[in-house]
Design a protein around this ligand. Structure first.
Ligand code: SAH
Ligand code: SF4
Ligand code: F3S
Length: 457
């Protein structure tokens, strides 16, 4: 499905200083998940092929693009904050402002109508139209909108324009057909579709040739990947077999589609990391049913048992607190299970009602904000203690870490992750090393999120 973008007149004054066509400078910011980071690489590639230049300095840009997220209300609010800043700047010197991604797809015309200074909207399946939309806005002051979802678009032939580094992402499937009742993604990203394995393997080999040593396979529902006879477990092993890679990860799998073959691949293949992100959302069956998650607490725990039987595979999760009608007792079930499970990390969110979703239509968003906040904090605090304890247990031991780059706080320190995806920081003086190297680190100190140590020479 595709159609011509809708073009509307704009109040934007032509800017005297715009350069010749083909030399427009674009500044782009990305919000949301890794899929959005990957999409930004696709957008850069599509736009560069049409002569646009990218700049890291917003003051010198002719075009400002935001690749947005719609998952919770605070994602929307963050964008509105940013947009306000550029509204004023646009008045001073005719900028073109574009909103891409899930929020553009979710709000569509409503966003253009309510924010007169936005010129272009493009949803996640419409990025091939972006150069034309922007050129129209820059040269003819047209406002444009392209928000058709596609059943086929996978951007398979587009070579993502990467910023470099040793970490690479590959989106192997797009969209989601699960329609969990709270979630906006099926509406912003459309139906599930998978890329063919040949193109994915080619991309993996190209990444390795660019110096990438760790690849993360991405999909909203990554384990429902299927192309012909190739399922996700087969694809994962094929990628992990690409020579030159040190580590392969994937995110996010859905607990209801987790076949034994995938578990086998994680347990057996030496470079597939022994860490699985397994979103629970709630440990109460009535909530899980309302959320439309497709598994019960018992089924989830059965899967966890099967995973743990395979050996030391570390689990992380996502949780939602204060979903429609959640009682104190139902919340307590989640709290107690988190205590028991001892996840390495639990990303915990306050329920945020999203327009158009099943929950918004079917259930009252009836848990008071303070209660949602209280429950969310309870779990965050509990998980902090658990993560700290788990990290402290590693003090005195040696862990294998891949050097990824400078630590956030100092370029005199390296930062990397363990196979279990725990962040490790150590001094560069200990051991020269280079990004991509696997090094042994003796752990000496720990916080809930980070391990500190020294490199063994
Ligand atoms: N596809 C992934 C989830 C992507 S969204 C999966 O199913 O695992 C990441 C997380 O955001 C979800 O797991 C959920 O915990 C949270 N989330 C999604 N919609 C939400 C909402 N409306 N309110 C609060 N949290 C939400
Ligand atoms: Fe959203 Fe559920 Fe799809 Fe994840 S699986 S993206 S939570 S609908
Ligand atoms: Fe946000 Fe869209 Fe990702 S809603 S989490 S950017 S798929």
């Amino acid at each position: 499905m595709s159609s011509t973008p809708l073009l509307l007149p704009t109040s934007l004054k032509p800017a005297a200083s715009l350069p010749e066509q083909g030399a427009y400078r674009v500044y782009m910011e990305t919000f949301g998940c890794q899929m959005n980071e990957y999409d930004t690489e696709l957008v850069r590639s599509i736009m560069k092929a049409r002569g646009f230049h990218f700049t890291p300095i917003d003051e010198e840009a002719d075009v400002i693009l935001f690749n947005t997220c719609a998952i919770r209300e605070n994602a929307h609010n963050r964008l509105y904050g940013h947009l306000a800043k550029y509204k004023a700047r646009k008045k001073e010197r005719g900028l073109v402002i574009g909103v891409l991604g899930c929020m553009a797809q979710n709000l569509k015309q409503e966003l253009l109508d309510s924010r007169s200074w936005i010129d272009v909207l493009a949803g996640p399946d419409a990025y091939r139209k972006l150069p034309d939309l922007l050129t129209d806005a820059l040269e003819h002051q047209h406002r444009g909108l392209a928000v058709d979802l596609s059943e086929y678009e996978t951007y398979a032939q587009i070579v993502p324009d990467r910023a470099g580094g040793i970490n690479g992402w590959i989106a192997v499937m797009r969209g989601c057909d699960n329609f969990c009742s709270f979630c906006v993604v099926p509406y912003t990203r459309g139906r599930e579709r998978s890329r063919d394995p040949e193109g994915i393997l080619e991309e993996a080999k190209r990444l390795v040739s660019q110096g990438v040593r760790q690849i993360t396979l991405l999909g909203q529902n990554v384990n429902s990947y299927r192309s012909g006879s190739c399922d996700f477990a087969q694809l994962l092993v094929a990628v992990a077999d690409v020579p030159g890679l040190q580590r392969v990860r994937f995110t996010s799998p859905h607990p209801k589609d987790f076949p034994p073959s995938l578990l086998e691949a994680v347990a057996q293949h030496p470079i597939i990391c022994n860490q699985i992100h397994l979103p629970l959302q709630s440990a109460n069956d009535r909530m899980l049913e309302r959320m439309g998650r497709g598994y019960t607490r018992r089924e989830y725990l059965k899967l966890v048992d099967a995973i743990q039987e395979k050996g030391p595979i570390v689990l992380t999760t996502d949780l939602i607190c204060g979903f429609c009608g959640e009682t104190d007792e139902e919340f307590q079930e989640t709290y107690d299970l988190v205590k028991e499970m001892k996840y390495q990390a639990a990303f915990t969110f306050k329920y945020s009602e999203r327009k158009h979703t099943i929950a918004a239509r079917k259930y009252a968003d009836d848990i008071p904000e303070e209660v949602k906040g209280f429950r969310t904090n309870e779990i965050i605090e509990l998980q902090k203690e658990i993560s700290l304890q788990k990290n402290q247990d590693l003090i005195g031991s040696q862990v294998e870490v891949m050097i990824e780059g400078n630590a956030k706080k100092s370029d005199q320190q390296w930062m990397g992750h363990t196979e279990h995806n725990v962040t490790v920081v150590w001094s560069k003086n200990d051991h020269p090393g280079l990004p991509g190297d696997l090094v042994s680190i003796s752990i000496q100190d720990a916080t809930p999120s980070t391990l500190y140590g020294t490199a063994d020479s």
